[in-house]
Design a protein around this ligand. Structure first.
Ligand code: HEM
Length: 141
């Protein structure tokens, strides 16, 4: 331990590894979700894990690897082709909350992460239409 206090949440939780572990646990749950999983790229799960974990690490003060590789996040724009209705938002947030709670974050880090995820997930909602049967995603890229 150094005497320098952690300045960012990225440092506070212990750097990249905990972010990647958090996202792996999140995707473990998402794979069992009948509404969310059809939206995700099954053939590129490792890529999805990389993108979300690097985005989060960057957001919380870690290295800007995400933007170097992917450009400006523009998250709402990147989600417009996914059917993110309140049900999908609730499921996403439930899995992320479970993942956060499974980690050994400090109470303040946990609280900051959960407050952020709650807000960010609301911002991603782009439809109030029910999830269409058999047509849960549209072409995304
Ligand atoms: C509200 C429900 C949400 C749904 C249903 C959803 C769904 C998805 C899907 C299907 C992808 C494509 C996976 C990939 O190829 O990377 C994706 C990507 C991504 N999502 Fe979400 N998402 C949600 C909320 C959020 C939130 C709250 C955040 C941030 C806190 C977020 C951050 C990201 C990032 C960073 C990517 C990768 C973007 C890229 O570089 O292409 N998502 N999301």
């Amino acid at each position: 331990m150094s005497d320098t206090p952690a300045l960012t949440l990225y440092d506070e939780v212990g750097g990249m590894d905990p972010f990647e572990e958090l996202v792996r646990r999140f995707y473990d749950d998402v794979q069992a979700d009948e509404v969310l999983w059809p939206m995700y790229p099954k053939e590129d799960l490792e890529g999805a894990i990389w993108r979300l974990s690097r985005f989060l690490a960057q957001y919380w003060g870690g290295p800007s690897t995400y933007s170097e590789q992917r450009g400006h996040p523009r998250l709402r724009m990147r989600h417009v082709n996914f059917h993110v209705n309140p049900d999908a938002r609730g499921r996403w947030l439930k899995h992320m909350t479970a993942a956060v709670d499974s980690m050994e974050f400090s109470p303040i880090a946990r609280q900051q992460l959960l407050a952020y995820f709650d807000r960010a997930a609301t911002a991603m909602v782009n439809t109030f239409e029910p999830t269409p049967d058999g047509e849960r995603t549209t072409e995304s890229r």
